[in-house]
Write a new protein. Structure first.
Lengths: 363, 389, 519
């Protein structure tokens, strides 16, 4: 039934939170290791901040592109810029990218579950349930997705900060000193943070759904600032508690951090199993939006019903998620998704912006 | 859509329960002791003792108030690797070993001196069941021996050992700081030498006295810390805020001992690196009160007297520290004080050069040690008699 | 009292001019008008009402022109005192006035002493009024009949509502009489803008339903939505507001109620003033309030009467109780059979010791106890009060105690189940506790299958369901999401009354201001 009172258009808050939760995903848990391995020094957190600033810049360019075609999403206007054939192709490639991304998130979640909670439950089972849950959400439309994000956002932020606060007593300043060891390590560290910012390009699609699209810039900047700051805090805390060298040896550094928290004589001594649900939530939010965008792309290209599009990509996601044979292949998959984000999520839109400007199109 | 939901639900119900394990079916292990096999032909093997808690016997003892059987069982297995010993246990223990509640790991000194400790503990660090906060001890005799006592307060020796560590830091400076698996892993990752508490068995009780130095290069135990060395270690690292210092009199004859009780101490370490010469300025300052004074001259209303006392205490501490550092440089040849930290932070470039032979470099360092003691307070009575006898 | 209420009602009730469906479609007599021949009309009406014996006909005559008239009414439904009074009035007049010269309209205005009466001319109107308990006066030679409002209202006296008792607040509750119920609300909102829209629901039962809202305050879209849905109802009979509730709610598969039910007039008045719509159904003390949002899970009318710190703390307590009622057994099952590592070592040892010898896995144990508790609760409700208490004591104490000593369940499980049961009763609305109790079981099963992961997935599914759910166009989770900081002032925490200056945003009231900013 159509709502009598509420429009389904998104508010600025919803867009901000949507971008934050899309960006916060698997990257959060492995980021410290990747940054420290690439940078080699404790000042790696600066790389996170710098990447965040670049990401914000790129998003502003995307909004410039969006603003040339008001009320239309990327899938709709790309065919106006480069014609329906190439546009359709771009849409298809983008959908494939999102399907792969969804598969990666699913697999990463399943690995986490298998490693820490259910070691004998088949991965395929946990994955299917997870995908099924996401499908239920996606069928509710983008409005439901973004409202759900609003519901989860405080919990995810609160509990992530709670880990930081509970582990703060183990923080050793010496671990992150010296604070600055020149620029080259910071530059190296930036390359490792790319995967953690995958998902920021959703602004291309969701600006069209906004109630007041002129507020997209503000929403985008806040939306990217929240995960950037959170990432920086995580990297600093993990660095200060584990030390750079130790972090490099850990598979899921943030998880280890949570494992090291122990409150004696409290009803729960250990918290890490309580934090896993929150990471499941943060991975779930990313999966839901990515699944929605993939289905939207399929729907646009093949001109099918939304339900058909969603149900047709479930098996593909499942098969792709089962493809990596081991955890190393899964991490490699993540790296490739980071690169494809640079190409498909950032490169192509920027080229389209250029083409659009050269053709002097404006609507 | 609804049919799909129902199908998923059906899948839930029809399959499932893969990881289901009831709490009473677990073999809860609270302690692991690792020894060298007694049989010398098996020197490449490990003898691992797992201490299983028997919940039923504990809860029935609590209910009935009687002390019956021991509430734990020790199972010892000898095998080439730690994992192998665990798997071997499944052959004769009816309950699957459950390591989430592991509290203590005890390694015998004999084994620690001959085995790479990183390799030995690597399994425990990797396993996700085992917490990073598991306490590690080195035992004087057989590690297994510590698990066979029957302590009065806590019925299970491994839990008892874990609880002793809570006394650290406030009551005494003579215990080496407690160290957990996570800490060990951090020290190894950062190429730092460190100290593991040393536990010895004395008449049905475990004493934790001093510590064992682990060299970051060989990753083996290389020496035992004496009481004074442990204190120095605690002071330089600012780990301890308590403890007492006995000084045997102000005069040469040393007839009138007095005791200084530390309330608060701070330590400042500053490295100076010039012309390939490394010099540390170590400044230790203590605040506390006079606990005991056997001298009849004792008159703390007289500031001069108090200053004399302070001097004497400073001298005692200084000699203790100087001797300990000298021993570390000459005898142990290991920087277990983590003195590399300030050097790394202040002279990062130079640090990268000497990183790999740091212990070598450390033995050549010079030390300027400066101790300040402030007697803040005397207790209720300032002098013994109103006159000098 | 009754007259006063009747007057209150009839000033504002807008009679619906046409009925949604014709009830006695088959009868051809139905569309006919009165003929003006008394005997004939009486016979037709009798036939129309199935020649039923309880249709009473009191004839009277008046000289000299042989005026012939009759009172028709159905005895059980009619307040016969009204009939007698009017009969006396007519008789006392007839000595001096010629009744036969009077048209029914004149008679209605000049002779009859009753305040509510009207003129009808079709058989259809006659029969339906008769069935409502009104009295029909027919006279020979005139083709119009007079309808007297003589409905008998068999009513219970006003008592404290049993399903929602409060410590502080008015003690009166709704009763089974529509008019009295409307009066109870009207006494609390003496607002000329209070709008009453009258419906008849049920082809056969013809239950009176009144939709209450406030003109110029309530969002007309919500009112229109309620009316539309009521108009769509096509059912033979409605016995209770619950039937209407289920017919107008958005998602009848949802475990959550989408319409609030209350027995308290002050709750209704408060909700109306917030911008909600009340639906009052005749013959039941349960009044419906729409739209319902998540807030009413843990809010009670009393919160606004108590001081704000206390109310806020109580609300937080209720939220905690709701979470306990929903999740505690599942968390316990997950901890006991999957995540023993989370529990402190000392507790693990004592739990393992206490479960030693229990033959069932914890999920079976939990289901067993939960079902037992539900049976006890059901038995306690159905039985007369003193016996019910005895059942509670016997069940709770004896079964619990002996189940533990027989080694069937562990003592901890008894604590968990008891705590859960108490928590589900701590919620201010009974039916909310019911929906949480239902959901407890699927969450418990998923916890038994997948541990904490199962609980998380179940809760995610639940939250998606809640996010997608709407009640009369208002999102179910408003004002929690979409964010509305104004609404948060009166959510888990009720801030000072002074700071609640505007009405809840989510209801989009036309008049947003509740209090002047001077306060």
């Amino acid at each position: 039934m159509k709502s009598a009172l509420n429009t389904s258009e998104l508010t600025q808050n919803q867009v901000t939170i949507g971008i934050s939760l899309t960006v916060l995903g698997v990257g959060m848990i492995t980021l410290p290791r990747e940054v420290f391995t690439a940078a080699g020094v404790a000042s790696g957190w600066v790389s996170v901040l710098l990447t965040g600033i670049i990401a914000a810049g790129v998003m502003l360019l995307m909004i410039v592109l969006n603003n040339r075609y008001p009320g239309m999403s990327y899938y709709q206007y790309n065919r106006i810029i480069v014609g329906s054939w190439i546009g359709g192709f771009i849409t298809l490639i983008t959908s494939i990218y999102y399907v792969t991304f969804a598969a990666f998130e699913t697999r990463a979640m399943a690995e986490l579950i298998q490693m820490f909670i259910l070691d004998r439950t088949p991965v395929s089972f946990t994955m299917l349930i997870f995908i099924g849950t996401a499908v239920y959400l996606v069928l509710g439309g983008y409005s439901a997705i973004f409202r759900l994000f609003e519901l989860y956002f405080p919990a995810i932020i609160f509990f992530t900060l709670l880990i930081m606060i509970l582990s703060a007593n183990q923080f050793e300043m010496n671990h992150i000193r010296p604070f600055f060891e020149g620029f080259p390590p910071i530059m190296k560290g930036m390359s490792a943070t790319v995967l953690s910012f995958v998902g920021m390009e959703i602004i291309l699609f969701i600006q069209a759904f906004m109630r007041k699209p002129e507020r997209a810039k503000k929403a985008a900047v806040y939306g990217i600032a929240i995960p950037t700051v959170l990432y920086a805090i995580i990297v600093i805390m993990v660095g200060g508690i584990m030390g750079v060298g130790e972090t490099m040896t850990l598979v899921y550094p943030l998880m280890e951090l949570a494992k090291s928290i122990e409150i004696r004589n409290f009803f729960f001594e250990r918290f890490e199993t309580f934090f896993i649900p929150l990471w499941i939530l943060s991975i779930f939010t990313t999966l839901a939006i990515v699944l929605y965008l993939a289905a939207l792309g399929i729907k646009t290209v093949f001109n099918v019903k939304k339900e058909t599009a969603v149900f047709s990509i479930i098996p593909i996601i499942y098969i792709l998620a089962m493809t990596p044979k081991n955890i190393n292949e899964m991490f490699t998959m993540g790296v490739w998704i980071g690169y494809s984000m640079l190409a498909i999520g950032v490169g192509i839109p920027l080229i389209l912006l250029l083409v659009s400007i050269l053709r002097r199109q404006k609507q | 859509m609804r049919t799909i939901c129902i199908l998923i639900l059906a899948a839930f119900v029809l399959t499932g329960c893969w990881d289901h394990r009831e709490i009473e079916e677990l073999g809860i292990i609270t302690g692991v002791a690792i020894d060298q096999p007694e049989d010398s032909t098996q020197s490449h093997m490990l003898t691992v003792t797992n201490q299983y808690v028997l919940p039923q016997s504990i809860s029935s003892q609590v209910k009935s108030g009687t002390s019956g059987n021991k509430p734990y069982v020790n199972e010892t297995v000898t095998a080439p690797s730690v994992l192998q010993t665990i798997r071997d246990q499944s052959k004769f223990v009816s309950r699957p070993p459950y390591y989430y509640h592991l509290k203590t790991i005890v390694i015998s000194k004999e084994l620690a001196e001959s085995t790479d400790l990183l390799k030995l503990t690597y399994f425990f660090n990797r396993d996700h069941e085992i917490r990073r906060s598991v306490q590690v001890f080195i035992s004087d005799e057989k590690a297994k021996g510590l698990f066979t006592i029957t302590p009065e307060e806590d019925k299970v020796p491994s839990i008892y050992l874990d609880k002793i560590t809570h006394n650290y830091a406030t009551k005494t400076a003579e215990m080496a700081p407690t160290i957990s698996l996570g800490d060990m892993s951090k020290y190894f990752s950062h190429q730092k030498s460190f100290v593991i508490p040393f536990a010895s068995l004395k008449e049905n009780a475990v004493y934790i006295d001093g510590g064992i130095i682990v060299n970051a290069d060989s990753k083996k135990a290389v020496g035992v810390l004496t009481k004074d060395e442990t204190r120095t270690f605690n002071w330089i690292q600012e780990r301890s805020q308590g403890g007492v210092i006995e000084v045997f009199g102000l005069k040469e004859d040393q007839e009138h001992p007095f005791t200084f009780e530390i309330k608060k101490m701070t330590s400042k370490v500053k490295p100076f690196y010039e012309n390939d010469e490394l010099t540390y300025d170590i400044h230790l300052s203590f605040q506390g009160k006079l606990g005991e004074d056997w001298s009849y001259e004792s008159n703390q209303f007289n500031q001069e007297y108090v200053e004399k006392l302070e001097k004497a205490i400073e001298e005692t501490i200084r000699s203790m520290v100087v001797n300990s550092i000298e021993k570390a440089q000459k005898e142990h040849k290991v920087d277990y004080f983590e003195l590399m930290e300030p050097f790394r932070i202040n002279y990062t470039k130079e640090w990268y050069k000497v990183k790999d032979e740091w212990n070598q470099f450390f033995t050549k360092a010079n030390f300027n040690i400066d101790v300040t003691v402030v007697v803040e307070h005397y207790q209720d009575v300032g002098r013994k008699l109103p006159f000098t006898p | 009292m009754k007259k006063f209420l009747n007057r209150l009602l009839f000033q504002h009730v807008q009679k619906k001019s046409e009925y949604t469906s014709e009830p006695f479609e088959t009868s051809p007599l139905h569309h006919e008008r009165l003929t003006g021949e008394l005997q004939n009309d009486i016979q037709t009406l009798k036939a129309l009402l199935g020649n039923s014996f309880d249709l009473k006909i009191v004839r009277f005559t008046s000289d000299p022109y042989a005026y012939d008239g009759a009172f028709l009414f159905i005895e059980e439904l009619t307040d016969t005192a009204v009939v007698h009074e009017q009969l006396r009035a007519i008789r006392s007049l007839s000595e001096t006035t010629y009744l036969s010269d009077m048209s029914p309209e004149t008679m209605r205005q000049e002779v009859l002493t009753i305040s509510e009466s009207s003129i009808v001319d079709t058989l259809h109107q006659c029969s339906s009024h008769l069935l409502q308990g009104n009295t029909l006066i027919l006279s020979d030679k005139y083709k119009d009949g007079i309808i007297l409002n003589s409905r008998k209202m068999p009513q219970r006296s006003i008592q404290a509502p049993s399903s929602e008792s409060v410590v502080r607040g008015p003690r009166d509750g709704f009763v089974e009489t529509l008019l009295l119920n409307i009066g109870l609300v009207r006494k609390r909102l003496k607002d000329p803008d209070l709008q009453l829209d009258y419906f008849k629901v049920g082809e056969r039962s013809k239950t009176d339903v009144v939709v209450m809202s406030i003109n110029g305050l309530t969002n007309p879209k919500i009112v229109q939505e309620v009316k539309n849905r009521l108009n769509k109802i096509d059912i033979d009979s409605v016995q209770e507001s619950g039937v209407i509730e289920q017919l107008i709610e958005e998602n009848s598969l949802s475990p959550f109620p989408q319409v609030q039910v209350t027995e308290r007039p002050d709750t209704v008045a408060g909700s109306l003033a917030e911008g909600r719509v009340a639906i009052i159904v005749d013959h039941t003390p349960f009044v419906l309030i729409a739209p319902l949002t998540i807030n009413s899970f843990y809010q009670s009318a009393e919160d606004y009467y108590e001081r704000w710190v206390y109310s806020s703390l109580i609300r937080i307590l209720r939220v905690a109780a709701a979470l306990i009622a929903l999740c505690l057994p599942s968390i316990y099952v997950a901890l006991i059979s999957y995540h023993q590592g989370l529990i402190p070592t000392d507790l693990v040892i004592s739990l393992a010791g206490s479960r030693e010898g229990v033959p069932f896995p914890s999920i079976v144990e939990a289901l067993l106890m939960e079902v037992t508790i539900e049976i006890l609760r059901e038995a306690g409700i159905r039985l007369p009060n003193p016996v019910g208490q005895a059942v509670g004591i016997v069940g709770g104490l004896v079964i619990g105690e002996s189940a533990v000593s027989a080694g069937l369940v562990s003592p901890m499980m008894v604590i968990v189940v008891a705590l859960t049961a108490i928590s589900s009763f701590a919620l201010p609305q009974y039916y909310v506790g019911v929906s949480l109790r239902i959901l407890r079981f699927p969450i418990m099963i998923s916890a038994a299958l997948l541990g904490l992961y199962g609980i998380v997935i179940a809760l995610i599914l639940l939250s998606i369901h809640l996010i997608r759910l709407k009640s009369f166009g208002v999102y179910y989770l408003e004002p929690l999401v979409p964010y509305s900081p104004k609404g948060w002032k009166d959510m888990f925490i009720r801030t000072q009354t002074k700071s609640l200056k505007s009405r809840p945003d989510m209801l989009h009231p036309q008049d947003k201001k509740r209090m002047s900013s001077k306060n």
